[in-house]
Design a protein around this ligand. Structure first.
Ligand code: TYM
Length: 335
């Protein structure tokens, strides 16, 4: 068995968790808790890098936590908590931002995508510093492994750079975290555009399937999903990006090999394939939705989150002390 590692990952409380989030990241969160010490965080401080309505945000934090439990995060094994409940995230983010370069932050593709080309004057500094807060999340717990989707690779690279830079200046304080990016599912593409990733900020809801979609919504979205020319069901990302994406989803929600699906649908055409895929996705989300409904209204959710915050705080407090000592901060003769 692989040595026990500390794992950290986070998800924004957008109130809308889609198949990309699940297949790229959350699925691994569940699997990793069997063998590792895991911390999973609802990153509400990241969410406020774009304007939020307080009441909505509050509800979305709860919904995201309930969903984490519904997919199988076990609070007896893993620490599930809300980022803003542990104030050291902000403290370490400030310290790390003093070691990050404007140039490297400006090069982050997610920042470039979100800020557009000519709008720097009115872009929030939080959006610019988003990846520094992300590095703080990870380094605050000295996590060794971070399961994320492909779109977070560059942010992880920055976390690694900041860790190394800090260690070079002040001694061995942080691990250099490794991303865990799975082969299949790390970049689920939009149903309406298989050349762009599935994204909650997409303008059309036909881009994504959420774990909370009704069977009718799921069937309708898959029915109108973009396909490729020809009619064979074949995995070929170059020639058939749309069908390859649908095959990946089909394979992961049913735990069947892509080759077996290709064989099953040989000569059958897109219509039959999409119909069956729609049913398979409905089947897949049904138990999650049932469990979610239970978890959302259960008062135990609050105690799970407060216990998670308390366990995370213990670890965070210890680590921030080490960081401050390394920097020559926080010396107080009265203590
Ligand atoms: P968020 O909430 O945007 O995404 C949560 C996870 O879902 C993955 N993901 C995808 N995977 C495959 N295909 C897609 N189309 C797709 N879209 C999203 C993301 O890669 C992510 O793993 N910045 C992080 C949250 C965060 C974090 C952290 C993660 C904050 N601090 C520290 C790890 C460690 C994010 O993008 O969340």
């Amino acid at each position: 068995m692989e040595r026990m590692k500390r794992v950290f990952s986070g998800i924004q409380p957008s109130g809308l968790v889609h198949l990309g989030n699940y297949l790229g990241a959350l699925r691994q969160w569940v699997l990793l808790q069997d063998q590792h010490e895991c911390l999973y965080c609802i990153v509400d401080l990241h969410a406020i890098t774009i304007p939020q309505k307080p009441k909505d945000l509050e509800l979305q934090i709860r919904q995201t936590a309930a969903l984490c439990l519904a997919i199988g995060i076990n609070p007896e094994r893993s620490i599930l908590f809300v980022q803003s409940d542990v104030s050291e995230h902000g403290e370490l983010a400030w310290i790390l931002s003093c070691h990050a370069y404007m140039g490297e932050l400006r090069r982050m593709t997610q920042f470039k995508d979100k800020s557009g080309s000519n709008q720097e004057e009115s872009i929030g500094a939080g959006l610019f510093n988003y990846p520094v807060l992300m590095a703080a999340d990870i380094l605050l717990y000295n996590a060794q492994a971070v399961p994320v989707g492909e779109d977070q690779r560059q942010h992880l690279e920055l976390s690694r750079d900041l860790s190394r830079r800090f260690n070079n200046l002040y001694g061995d304080v942080f691990y250099v975290p490794e991303p865990i990016i799975v082969k299949a599912g790390s970049r689920v593409m939009g149903l309406d555009d298989p050349l762009k990733k599935m994204s909650k900020s997409a303008s059309s809801q036909y881009n994504y399937i959420t774990l909370m979609d009704t069977p009718d919504q799921i069937r309708a979205k898959i029915k109108v999903a973009v396909t490729d020319s020809g009619r064979e069901i074949r995995y070929d990302e170059g020639q058939k990006p749309a069908i390859s994406n649908l095959l990946t989803i089909f394979s992961l929600v049913t735990n069947r090999q892509i080759a077996a699906l290709e064989r099953d649908y040989e000569g059958k055409g897109y219509g039959v394939f999409k119909k069956d895929l729609g049913e398979a996705v409905c089947e897949f989300v049904r138990p999650i939705q049932k469990e979610y409904a239970k978890r959302l209204d259960d008062p135990a959710l609050d105690s799970i989150l407060s216990q998670g915050a308390s366990k995370a705080s213990d670890l965070a407090r210890r680590q921030i002390k080490i960081v401050k000592q390394a920097l020559g901060l926080g010396f107080s003769p009265v203590h």
